[in-house]
Design a binder for this molecule. Structure first.
Ligand code: G1P
Length: 290
């Protein structure tokens, strides 16, 4: 079986947790070191073998589309001045990778956002990468770990793969939480890139009602069948169409696995953790130029 080459990246959200930084600049374009946050996510997708990227975007966030386009005026100007290397570095997408965008006109939730990509993804199986989550490129090997591993696992039996990591009790209410064998489970962050069956997910539970400490990180590889469940999903937690509900429905018809995360990740969609990530990436980028 072949590995999926499509990836959906939902970028339509307003990023209210990042105001005022995200008022006029999409949060995905805020810097982490010497690149905008979303560039790490795109690089991760490409290094993992993704060729067709679908942004699910919003009318006020066209700057993201422009960032991945070629600005030929700027290109010509840089080359006229002999700055070919700089011009080349701006056109970093490989020739066999395409990025297109569709729109999510109404903020109806993550599940609804992913569904908007159906017209481009068609009958292909696909990955979803949430751009708020930036995997640490200095502790993660994009070519073999996490997404690349999940795509490999998927190709064995076409069971959807969902990346998870253990989180502290105080953070459980922010995430989708995995249920394993119907029992409460606590896992340590020792076993990395293990794939095993999951029996369901609970979106943003209270810590004392959580079925485990394994939180959905923001990387998914889906069997195309998920689209049918997204199509039929009703609004739930927060009045939104939740991806986790569609995953639960999928689990009732076919196997779905969780994959434990290797390396570490940053939440670039939350002010405090964005600032921590900003300092970390800036330090790494400064180290490169010394
Ligand atoms: C979304 C998902 C949640 C997941 C999280 C990861 O929530 O609904 O299951 O754990 O991303 O960042 P959001 O952060 O969009 O509220």
């Amino acid at each position: 079986m072949t590995k999926p080459t499509y990836a959906v990246i939902p970028t339509a959200g307003f990023g209210t947790r990042m105001l005022p930084l995200s008022k006029a600049v999409p949060k995905e374009l805020l810097p982490l070191g010497d690149k905008p946050a979303i560039q790490y996510v795109i690089e991760e997708a490409i290094a993992s073998g993704i060729k067709n990227i679908v942004l699910v975007n919003h009318t006020q966030k066209v700057a993201i589309e422009n960032y991945f386009d070629i600005n030929s005026e700027l290109d010509t100007q840089l080359r006229t001045k002999g700055k070919d290397n700089l011009a080349d570095s701006l056109n970093f997408l490989p020739n066999d990778v395409s990025i297109v965008s569709v729109r999510q006109g109404k903020p109806l939730g993550l599940g609804h956002a992913v569904l908007q990509a159906r017209s481009v993804v068609g009958n292909h199986h696909f990955a979803v990468l949430l751009p708020d989550v930036v995997l640490n490129p200095y502790t993660t090997d994009y070519q073999s770990q996490n997404l690349a591993f999940m795509l490999d696992e998927f190709s064995k039996n076409e069971h959807s793969q969902i990346l998870v990591e253990p989180v502290a009790n105080k953070d459980i209410h922010k995430y989708g939480i995995a249920r394993l064998d119907g029992k409460t489970k606590t896992l340590e962050k020792t076993e990395q890139n293990q794939s095993f069956a999951v029996t369901g997910f609970v979106e943003k539970p209270k810590a004392d009602a959580a079925p485990s400490n394994l939180a959905v990180v923001g990387r998914y590889v889906f069997n195309n069948a998920i689209f049918e469940f997204l199509q039929n999903a009703k609004p739930s937690v927060g009045g939104e169409i939740q991806l986790t509900d569609a995953i639960d429905a999928l689990i009732s018809t076919q196997g779905v696995n969780v994959v434990t995360m290797a390396g570490d990740s940053f939440d670039a969609g939350d002010m405090t953790s964005y600032m921590q990530a900003f300092m970390y990436f800036a330090k790494q980028a400064l180290g490169k130029t010394k």
